[in-house]
Design a protein around this ligand. Structure first.
Ligand code: XMP
Length: 328
């Protein structure tokens, strides 16, 4: 029998609206068959994967889909507000907002191992969902925007994907993962065919553990703020330069070491900010985007002037392989 976590060789790469429509029809039927009259709880981060997943499931079962947006404190600047605005008002889905910032950051305090951080974030995520599920009563299914690279890399033991496993047994959640055999580029084609807004479909991918894997080592609130603020500056300047949608993923990293600098005639001892801007189609082979120096200088100047605790800006030139996209 075909392993449901292995993409069949006969499956065509979804590159056109027609192929996307056929995939959508197939998935709608399969979700209906799986869920019956049941309800689905879905983690809506607002990223491409979970948004497409939400749109697909809601196409299949309508308002029996309940979306939960968990603010774990590791989201980008302005993101929780945007998710609530778009899905709560524009899309009018059944959306529950959970502020769990302190719960996540307290549990992560002092934890430096990347896989351990992922497990803690994933574990609390599941706990929060379980709590919501218990409150909502009778929810048997958990929708997830797992995509194929997540499955491949979990299998190869490269990293533990936060979406896989760990559900409390008594809840007996059954997973609904309609895009799990798709590559990222295919998820976007499907999203477009589902009628999701272009800004959402073209949005750069954002990992489940969020800024947590970009605040290298043990997360502290001040360094996390440096990641969030520098990331916001980078995104703003890339958008202003027309690079949004042209560069696949771009973000900043703040490592947990300091170096010496000088500001206003005084010695400083602060963190560096690393800029990563990459291009790829499948997140497996990655090339480095050539960014004009003029733009890099502008971003550097803003980061050095506006972000607290930072005295150096670096640009990561490493392709994948050898380096993964994220630093953890
Ligand atoms: P890497 O760092 O493995 O990243 O080259 C490949 C793509 O996956 C994203 N990523 C994750 N997404 N949970 C996620 O949902 C994770 O734990 C995770 N780690 C990496 C990363 O941002 C990139 O797009």
């Amino acid at each position: 029998m075909q392993d449901p976590n292995v993409r069949p060789e006969s499956m065509k790469r979804i590159t056109t609206e027609e192929l996307a429509r056929a995939f959508i029809e197939e998935q709608v039927a399969s979700i209906r068959a799986q869920v019956g009259k049941g309800k689905v709880l879905l983690a809506l981060s607002g990223g491409v994967d979970s948004s497409v997943c939400a749109a697909l499931i809601s196409k299949a079962i309508g308002s029996r889909l309940c979306c939960v947006h968990v603010n774990h404190g590791l989201l980008r600047k302005g993101e929780p507000e945007q998710v609530c605005r778009v899905f709560g008002e524009q899309f009018d889905v059944n959306l529950i907002y959970v502020d769990a910032v302190d719960r996540f950051l307290d549990a992560l305090a002092g934890v430096s191992d990347p896989e351990r951080k992922r497990k803690i974030i994933g574990g609390i995520f599941i706990e929060v969902f379980a709590e919501e599920a218990r409150k909502l009563k009778g929810i048997k299914f958990l929708g997830q925007g797992t995509i194929y690279p997540d499955i491949l890399e979990s299998k190869d033991g490269i990293k533990a994907h936060h979406n896989v496993g760990g559900l409390p047994e008594e809840l007996n959640f059954e997973l609904v993962e309609p895009v799990k055999l798709l590559y990222k580029d295919e998820v976007r084609v499907v999203g477009r065919a589902l009628g999701l807004p272009e800004g959402m479909v073209e949005r750069q991918p954002f990992p489940g553990p969020g800024l947590g894997v970009r605040c290298v080592g043990a997360i502290t609130r001040d360094r996390l703020e440096a990641v969030r603020e520098s990331d916001a500056i980078l995104r703003e300047e890339f958008a202003a330069a027309g690079l949004q949608g042209k560069v696949w993923q771009y973000f900043t990293i703040v490592p947990d070491f300091k170096s010496t600098g000088i500001k206003d005639g005084k010695r400083t001892f602060d963190w560096p900010v690393v800029i990563r801007a990459i291009n790829t189609t499948d997140a497996i082979k990655v090339t480095i985007e050539e960014i004009p120096y003029e733009l890099l200088y502008k971003i550097r100047d803003r980061i050095l002037a506006e972000v607290k605790g930072v005295n150096r800006v670096l640009y990561d030139l490493t392709p994948k392989p050898v380096g993964t996209i994220e630093w953890e």
